[in-house]
Design a protein around this ligand. Structure first.
Ligand SMILES: [Zn+2]
Length: 187
């Protein structure tokens, strides 16, 4: 399905992305030419495109594009030919489609795995609070720019740690407790 891609596959996009080095003419003069029909090229030359194929290069009347002709030529030579651009675009669309499918497949797999997961694993982290009466005692040492402190848990003992930040310290103490009671804290 291709509903959210506004560009129909396989249609070449002429000059959609100008390269910074070789931008063709009209920027300088605002376009009164917009309403006039484009005059046909004076002749068509062949230029070797980046893909190695020869590609048509329209050359216009000197008055019209003498100034920017070589820039246009360089740009034509720096791009792939129209056929190859079209193929590349089709290829890109196919790749994008594949990636989308892959993503959807992974998501479905994850959802399935989650549905199958043992209930205990999902339910466990709900209640991991410190026991009643737990006490943090923290002190800042300005010389060391360090917090150190203890967490005292009734019937479990005292846990010590230090850290540069007070929240980090509380986290460390908390973690020490959970390690001591044999459960890694989740979340
Ligand atoms: Zn080509």
């Amino acid at each position: 399905m291709n509903t959210d891609n506004p560009k129909p596959a396989g249609k070449p996009t002429p000059a959609a992305r100008p390269t910074p080095s070789a931008r063709p003419a009209p920027a300088a003069r605002p376009a009164p030419a917009a309403n006039k029909p484009t005059p046909p090229p004076a002749r068509i030359e062949q230029v070797r495109a980046a893909c190695g194929h020869m590609t048509d290069f329209p050359v216009f009347d000197d008055r019209r594009d003498q100034r920017f002709r070589e820039q246009r030529r360089a740009k034509t030579a720096s791009r792939m030919c129209a056929d190859c651009r079209q193929k590349a675009e089709v290829e890109r669309n196919i790749q994008a489609e594949k990636m989308k499918e892959e993503k959807a497949r992974k998501k479905a797999e994850q959802a399935e795995a989650q549905a199958k997961a043992p209930q205990g694993q999902a339910a466990k982290p709900v209640q991991q609070r410190l026991p009643d009466g737990s006490v943090f005692h923290v002190v800042y040492d300005a010389a060391k720019t360090q917090w150190s402190g203890t967490l005292t848990v009734p019937e479990k003992g005292e846990f010590k740690a230090s850290a540069s930040g007070v929240f980090r310290l509380l986290e460390l103490l908390d973690r020490h407790y959970w390690q001591a009671v044999g459960r890694a804290k989740e979340g």
